[in-house]
Design a protein around this ligand. Sequence first.
Ligand code: NAD
Ligand code: UFG
Length: 329
Amino acid sequence: MTILVAGGAGYIGSHTCVVLLEAGYDLVVADNLSNSRKETIDRIKKITGKDFVFYKIDLRDVEKVEELFINHHLDGVMHFAGYKAVGESVYKPLDYYYNNLVTTMVLSMACIKHKVNKFIFSSSATVYGNNKVPFVETMDLLPATNPYGESKAMNEKILMDTAKAYPDFSVSILRYFNPIGAHESGLIGELPKGIPNNLMPYITQVAKGKLEKLKIFGNDYPTIDGTGVRDYIHVMDLAEGHVAALEKIRPGIHVYNLGTGQGTSVLQLINTFKEVNGIDIPYEIVGRRAGDIPISYADVSKARKELGWTAKRGLKEMLRDAWNFEKRL
Ligand code: NAD
Ligand code: UFG
């Protein structure tokens, strides 16, 4: 079975490529490298010992995408391509809507035209907004506080209407919680450009001495220690969740939370990092970050029941692998 991995040079896409190749799938990978490097493609091949075709193309380009669908007999598409920096989306809304919506439309139109009926989409826990935890797939989505989050909700709607109109089209929407960690080889991992926005790469860069100290955004939330709580998931567990979703895909549109179901606060994460890696993370408490919610974690029962998937790796493994990747850079 041949899968097109759109955005496969990126953080989550590259780990999913490894799991797909190891599960015996053939891959076609397409990425414009706007937030990733060609080297990652070579490293996926090194880890797996398997080869695949890579296209450096922009997935908004209808002609290039059409060419790709003509040249390869595809069975399914996993769509990871998009911009993901929440803060940046506020001052570059058009870039975010244009990239995140048009890639989905171009890819799904090509799927319909070429009868490629399996489509897996990277959504986000951000669509739940400030709902009550744990977040369940049946909850009403709340308006996002930023264009990035809105673009995910809009994508879900576009795919919902498309699945309704084309009954053979099978769509799985995967709502990721907070992916961290790296492949155990340390060859691929998260490579943010510039100063990281997300907590985990910020911590590993402080550990390495690239950044002086972590700023904790608020310690007055109604949580165990006042700092924000998130459901961190090992990126390899997330990658395995995609293969489970592909294997169980069926007509219609089906939404799954991919998380662990466990909440961890910022301070708990820093303390566990020290315990696992023996490195202290200096920090200061600063004001809350605009748009942050206090607590986010998943109800994971639907993915367990319908996909037969649960996250297997614990927080310590996530923190060990994240550091193992950073220290080799
Ligand atoms: P990433 O930036 O590492 O990967 C995205 C990849 O898509 C990059 O390699 C980038 O070069 C490519 N890309 C972007 N626009 C493209 C275009 N027009 N044409 C071709 N390639 C293009 O991000 P990631 O963390 O791997 O996230 C993958 C997906 O998962 C994204 O859609 C993201 O919004 C979503 N997601 C990520 C997180 C997270 O915390 N990392 C959480 C929830 C959802
Ligand atoms: N945090 C800090 N200091 C930092 C960075 C983050 O204290 O320098 C805190 C945040 O306030 C939050 C927690 O660490 O409480 C996690 O923050 P992240 O930025 O790592 O993650 P978010 O939950 O804010 O958002 C991430 C992705 C979104 C995605 C969402 C849900 O950035 O794209 O997870 O999947 F939508």
